[in-house]
Design a protein around this ligand. Sequence first.
Ligand code: XIL
Length: 319
Amino acid sequence: MTLKEKYAPFFRIGAAVNTRTVDTRAGILKAHFNSLTCENDTKPEGVTRDGVSYDFTRGDKIVNFAREHGMAFRLHTLAWHQATPEAMYGGRTREAAITMMESHFSKMAAKYGDAYAVDVVNEALDDSEGKFLRDTPLKAIIGDDYVDVAYTLARKYFPGNALVYNDYLECDPVKSKKIFELIHGMKRRGVPVDVFGFQSHYNIYSPEPDAVRRAFELYSKLGVRFQVTELDASLFAYGDASSLPAPAQELLQRQAGYYRGLFAVYREYAELIDSVTFWGVADPDSWLNNFPVKGRHDWPLPFDGDGNAKSCAESILDF
Ligand code: XIL
């Protein structure tokens, strides 16, 4: 059985791809996945250099693959402090920036309005203890209500799509309180947010599946649905900058156990989860080969470079 078949009763299984991996991994994608995300090609910078002229060639390649193969897709992402050309918002007044935002959202909706979910604002919160919103160009230009403004505009152009707030460190005690507060406040103010997106950039030591369960428990009080949007499980602990020539068997076994525990939690919360998306398909294509240590190999995904299912893929399927 493939991932998407085994998980059909629970939620969609997704992958993030780029214009290369959508070709090189096409066979695995068709067999195992029923949701796609553009890893970079629908970020603002992926489609425009200035917010005026647009080139959707790369996003279209991926989204058309999804459409042709009956796969659903997530739109990532409308507003982010990274991957956004300075010319879009820089030097504008609040009103002009909001106009730009509206124009960008309307163009994205015209092309990709069939996405089942839209990451509207990505990573708006600061990671540190004292601070709430992250200092970003959009916050500086529009003001602290820029998140509310973005979701209100997004609803106008994406009336039937799930609007997602997407962030990382979502199981961390400090960050999770802020995520809760942000979404809770939006709901109270009547700002349309439908889904919390757990980015889920984890490693084989942390967060433990119990901590992930506690996060689901906490966020389930918000009255939003859930999507796991960018899952990977690095072989390196947070802060470990060492490297390995090859993945030790023992680490791959630990990874299999880690993913087993994680998917058991996902199945417990399946009624609230729309999809679980891996941030890539096969290890050599993962962004973690360049982050946080440039050029260091990592092996965080369910398939190896030859396209074979790793033991962690088998553990996900074995229940
Ligand atoms: C990453 C991509 O995987 C890289 O290829 C790119 O160089 C930087 O962005 N959180 C997100 C994703 O929301 O968009 C990021 O993707 C990973 C962290």
